[in-house]
Structures are given as C-alpha cells and as structure tokens.
Design a protein around this ligand. Structure first.
Ligand code: NDP
Length: 501
C-alpha cells in the first residue's frame, strides 16, 4: 500500500466529522442499523482535541441477545451456512480490497477516534489489517481434518468444524487491527461473530461492518453492538448461546471474562492480555540499532501497546552512552497533532488513561526514580504525554512492576546474563521480550530462557499475519495470527467407521 506523506485532505476530514457527529450511531445487526432498546448513549471523544466526535448507543443484554440470535440463525441456516471454504476466502479477499480502497478514510477515522498518528495508521494499522484478511483468505479452503487408522477394523477421520457463534471483545489501542485478528480466522473457519468494540474507540468497527456488508457477507454473520464492558461485554460473555469469546484487554477483565464463561455455558475463551515486557541490551549490541529498537519498543503507539518494552535492562558498561542517546531521542520526538504526517507520537486514548500515566510518573518520582526525559504532559489541550525515561529504577518500584500502557520506560542496570534473565522473568506477565546483541549464541540462549510468547532479536514490535502472537502466564492464552489462530475458532470431531469383519 503506498503511504501518503501529506495531511489528510480537508474535504475528507470534513465529511468524516460531519457523518459521525451528525446523529447518534446505531448497532449493526443482521446487516442493518438497529436502534437501542433504551435511549441510553455514551459520547465518543477525539483525544487530541477533547471534542465530541460521536454519540453511540449504550447496548446491553437486549441488543447482545438480538445480535446473538441473528448470528445463530446465520450460522445454522442462513446462506452463509452453505458457503464453502473457497466462498469464505473469496469474501475475505473482497473485504481486504475494499478496506484497501477506503484505507485513507479508515485511517483518518481511527486517527480522530484514537489519537494515534496518521503516519502510523497509514504505514502500520491499515496494511496489517489488509494483510491479515488476505492471509486468512488463503487459509479458508485449507482447513482439513486427518485420517487415522487405529487398531482393529476401523477407519477414523477428523473434521475441523467451526465453533459456531463467537463473541469478540477488544481493546482501544488498535481498534481496527484487533478486529481483523479475530474476524479473519473466525470467518475463514466458518463462524458467525458478535463484536463488542471498546467504548473509547468504536467507530472503525461500525465502518468495518458497512464494508463487510458491501463485500457480500450474508446477514447475521457479523454484528456489532456498541456499549460498555460491564453491560454489553458482560452480556456477551455470559450469553448461553455464545460458543466462544476472543478477548483482548486488561488481565483483570480477562479474569472476569473467564469467570463469566465458567458460570454460564463453559464457552471457550482465548485471552490476549497485558505485559511488562523486558527489553534487554547486551554489552556487545550495536548501540544505534539498539537505541532505535528501544524507541520503537516503548514509544510506538504512544506506549499503548500490550507488549511495550517498558523495562529496559542495560549492562552497566553501556549505561551512560546508551542513556544519553535514548534521552536525547526521547526529548526530540515529535509529539502533537495526530493528523500531521510528521507526528511521531499522538494523544493517549482518554482523560482516564492520560491521568493514569501521569499518576505512574508521579509515583516513579516519589519512589526515588529519576526522570531523564519527559516526565510531564505535553501542551495544555488533548491528552498528550512527553516520552518519558526513568533512570535509577529498582525492580520493586511500582513503575517497574505494573503495566503503565503509556510512553514511559524504566532503565534497570544488570550484571550477568543469568541475572538479567531471572529479573526479566520475575513478573506475572509474559507477552513480549527483546534482546539486542551481535552474539548469536547469547541471543538464542536468552530467547530460550525468557518466559514470553514472543522474543524479538535485534528488533522490536515486528508483526506479521503469519506469525503467532500471545502470552505466557498472566498475559493470556491462545495464539492469535498465523495458523495457530485457526485453532481458536475450530473444534475437532472424530468420526469412527467400522469397516466390518
Ligand atoms: P479493558 O480490559 O478495560 O477493556 C477491553 C475490552 O473489554 C473493552 O471492549 C471493554 O469494554 C471490555 N470490558 C470491560 N469490562 C468487561 C467485562 N466485565 N466483561 C466483558 N468485557 C468487558 O482493557 P483496555 O481497553 O483498557 O485495554 C488495555 C489493556 O489491554 C492493557 O492491559 C493491554 O495490555 C491489553 N491489550 C492486550 C493486547 C494483546 O494482544 N495482548 C493488545 C491490546 C491491549 P469498554 O471499552 O466499554 O470498557
């Protein structure tokens, strides 16, 4: 996808703002816009300007139930139930093409709603969404069972069948990308879906739904209900006719999702949760490359990344030169207007998240860590935070233990490989980790020692639709992306055939 370097055209910007502000949005159920049963709504705000962007219906049990019924009907007896894998693959390809066609519009909409820089949306979020849909389009007609020959006169074959009606509940940091991570494998495998987008950033899900309809997905297969987590989200996780929920969010919400599944129908659950990921620089690392990797690891997407490299382990020998470069680069990072193509860091998603991050910064100072870059808000309008680097951090400090989900990195000095591996693993999380070194043997040794679902060597935040992603420990379970994600959306049936005699 070619990446434009200009500001979005003002006509497009005006059209988008006018459309979403004009009247309250509705739910998308059965390929139609549907009113809420009550008049309850919530406002969606542009975090860069603090201005209202849209009003959405606050859906709850009634709307979730309506969407689940539509999905069940579509799955059991609608035209979709007769689609072959190839039909589903062709549909996913058409959708990917439509998203590519509307990429600029979607990028601007997401930029206004989420506050992330337009340049990143054009270069990362939109291409990754399109790539994910294409990737699963390729899988849709290749989901096969196996043949088994157990002792005796039997022949057994297995079928990989869809789960049925799946719920998806996602976080606000990559609204569109995260839909594609669930929608792609779910549809490739033949499921129907009810999606609950994050209340702070639900608009791209609604526009995605329109494109899904335009690409020809029959009614009821994909439904979007906007609402709050404790109402719409909870209703989805407790619904007796939902077979599986794919969840992305905070670990404590993940615990609620599991509890709800356990207390209702034991629906299958997959969880993509948070992290406190270690970024380990060895003393032979290429300094410039490691600094660049560190910047990407912690400041990409305003630090609102589940696998953000928020604990930077530096060998004592490299501490001073590395910190000088890192602090300098952090200070010179361009923070501001997300619609400016030169912006490197946009706004945090909400006032709540903004205050939470500033609260962690104050806590870091109070506990004795030293700010060497940033450490404060940026400007006086919008939820902007300066890229922040803390030195003198101890492992036990709050900023070194808790997920901040913002542009804040803690520098932790270490002595030996064993020492750093032990301390890197001394967390309940296990989502991402990185090692910067020119010594391949040390790199692979550490990769084996680190307890996390992803280890990047001499890079950070590299993603591809073909590579599985997910957590160890309290960072969740189940792998999204790659072939692995198909396991989350299929179940295996064994068929025994007595050959007689
Ligand atoms: P939350 O857990 O607060 O919310 C995630 C989603 O869950 C939202 O749609 C939310 O709705 C919904 N929700 C909230 N309460 C419930 C409930 N009781 N039952 C069902 N659903 C509910 O996370 P955030 O949105 O704050 O996202 C940040 C977290 O997500 C971080 O911990 C981050 O690390 C993690 N994350 C993990 C990723 C991964 O791939 N591992 C990727 C992205 C983020 P509502 O918006 O209305 O509150």
């Amino acid at each position: 996808m070619p990446v434009a370097a200009q500001r979005p055209a003002s006509a497009l910007l005006g059209q988008i703002q006018a459309r979403w502000l004009k009247e309250p949005t509705r739910h998308f159920i059965d390929n139609q816009w549907v009113e809420n049963a009550t008049s309850q709504t919530f406002d969606v705000v542009n975090p860069a300007t603090e201005e209202k962007l849209a009003t959405c219906p606050n859906g709850g049990k009634a709307e979730i139930d309506r969407a689940v019924k539509a999905a069940r009907k579509a799955f059991e007896s609608g035209p979709y139930s007769r689609w072959s894998g190839r039909d589903r693959g062709n549909f996913l390809r058409r959708l990917a093409d439509l998203i590519e066609k509307h990429a600029e519009e979607l990028a601007v909409l997401e930029c206004l709603n989420n506050g992330k820089p337009i340049g990143e949306l054009r270069a990362v979020d939109l291409p990754l969404t399109v790539q994910t849909l294409h990737y699963y389009a390729g899988w849709a007609d290749k989901i096969h069972g196996e043949t088994i020959h157990p002792p005796g006169n039997f022949f057994v074959y297995t079928r990989r069948e869809p789960m049925g009606v799946c719920g998806s509940i996602t976080a606000w940091n990559f609204p569109l990308v995260l839909i594609s991570w669930k929608f792609g494998p779910a549809i490739a495998a033949g499921n129907a879906l009810v999606h609950k987008p994050p209340e702070q950033a639900p608009l791209s899900a609604l526009r995605f739904a329109e494109l899904v309809r335009e690409a020809g997905l029959p009614e009821g297969v994909f439904n979007v209900v906007t609402g709050l987590g404790e109402t719409a989200g909870e209703a989805l996780t407790r619904h007796m006719d939902v077979d599986k929920v794919g969840f992305t969010g905070h670990y404590q919400t993940g615990q609620l999702v599991m509890k709800a599944a356990a207390e209702s129908n034991l629906k299958r659950v997959s969880l993509e949760l948070g992290g406190k990921s270690p970024n380990i620089v060895l003393d032979d690392a290429d300094l410039e490359a490691a600094v660049q990797g560190t910047l990407t690891g912690i400041f990409f997407n305003q630090g609102e990344v589940c696998c953000a490299g928020s604990r930077l382990f530096l060998p004592k020998k490299l501490h001073d030169p590395f910190l000088d470069r890192l602090a300098g680069a952090a200070e010179s990072r361009r923070v501001g207007d997300p619609l400016d193509p030169g912006t490197e860091q946009g706004a945090q998603i909400s006032k709540e998240q903004f205050e939470k991050i500033l609260g962690y910064i104050e806590k870091g100072k109070a506990e004795g860590a030293k700010v060497v870059a940033g450490g404060k808000r940026c400007g006086d309008r919008g939820y902007f935070v300066r890229p922040t680097v803390f030195d003198g951090v101890q492992d036990g400090m709050t900023i070194a233990r808790e997920e901040i989900f913002g542009p804040v990195v803690s520098v932790l000095p270490y002595d030996t490989l064993e020492d750093v591996a032990r301390r890197a693993n001394a967390t309940n999380y296990g989502l991402g980790a990185a090692v910067f070194t020119q010594d391949l043997s040390k790199a692979h040794k550490l990769a084996g020692m680190l307890k996390s679902g992803t280890v990047w060597i001499n890079c950070y935040n590299a993603f591809d639709a073909s590579v599985p992603f997910g957590g160890y420990k309290m960072s969740g379970f189940g792998r999204e992306l790659g072939q692995h994600a198909l396991e989350l959306y299929t179940q295996t049936k064994a068929v025994w055939v007595n050959l007689g005699g």
